[in-house]
Design a protein. Structure first.
Length: 243
């Protein structure tokens, strides 16, 4: 087998172009992922919780539930009535924000207390449609988007990993580590992809996304860097012809 140092000039140029453009593309993808996910937990930088919010969502409460305790005293809702309003809103949201529950349980309370202010300069929440927008709970990335992103990533990264691995297979490198650097990224991205759906169900699975991300594209980039180095800076080696 010819090593990378022994390739023809046209092969070296072709492989270098692939490594340069695709490597840059993978770096841009990593940067894009960072900018999309970082700060989702309300803190600077990227963390495990950012990944949880991205896939699982922030299901603790909606904007309406967060603001309601502070708004009720301002609306002069009697202290004895506040638990009833909170219970009605929480029940409505937990049951899927249905129009029937809104009409029977929530609307009378909103009309009686909140519209005094929310029809005079403050956001109008006097209808089912408007109030529902404030009651939305962040459920993370929808399944439809996850499937679409999975289709794109699995096919494109599968091809990229295959070509990058084929180039790296010609590098002078210890055999077992070479096998691992070629094979692990395929398995790692499968873990990453599976982690999306598992984290969507239970945030404790987020470690799969983290491990899959660390062992897929970064490992391929390391192999591409080694390949590029050996293409141009390694001395040619005398080829042994099979007998």
């Amino acid at each position: 087998m010819r090593t990378l140092a022994n390739l023809s000039m046209s092969e070296k140029i072709m492989h270098t172009g692939f490594i340069f453009l695709v490597g840059l593309g993978l770096l841009v993808a990593e940067a894009y992922t960072y900018t999309v996910i970082q700060g989702l937990d309300g803190k600077p930088g990227i963390s495990m919780q950012d990944l949880v919010v991205h896939y699982y969502g922030n299901r603790k409460s909606s904007k309406l539930q967060e603001m309601l305790p502070a708004m009720m005293p301002m609306a002069h809702v009697p202290a004895s009535e506040r638990p009833k309003m909170l219970q009605a809103v929480n029940h409505w949201i937990a049951n899927g924000e249905t129009r029937n529950d809104y009409e029977q349980e929530v609307k009378p309370l909103i009309n009686g207390s909140c519209l005094k202010c929310h029809t005079m300069g403050m956001p109008n929440i006097g209808s089912y449609k408007l109030l529902k927008t404030q009651a939305h709970v962040d459920m993370g990335m929808p399944y439809s988007q996850m499937l679409m992103m999975g289709m794109i990533h699995l096919t494109t990264l599968g091809v990229i990993f295959w070509i990058a691995g084929w180039i790296f297979s010609k590098a002078r490198f210890p055999r077992i580590p070479k096998y691992l650097m070629i094979g692990v990224p395929f398995f790692a991205f499968f873990l990453d992809f599976a982690g999306w759906f598992l984290t969507k169900q239970d945030p404790h699975w987020v470690w799969l996304v983290l491990i899959g991300g660390i062992l897929s594209c970064p490992l391929v980039l390391i192999g591409m860097a080694i390949s590029l180095y050996q293409i141009w800076l390694y001395p040619r080696q005398e080829e042994v012809q099979p007998s």
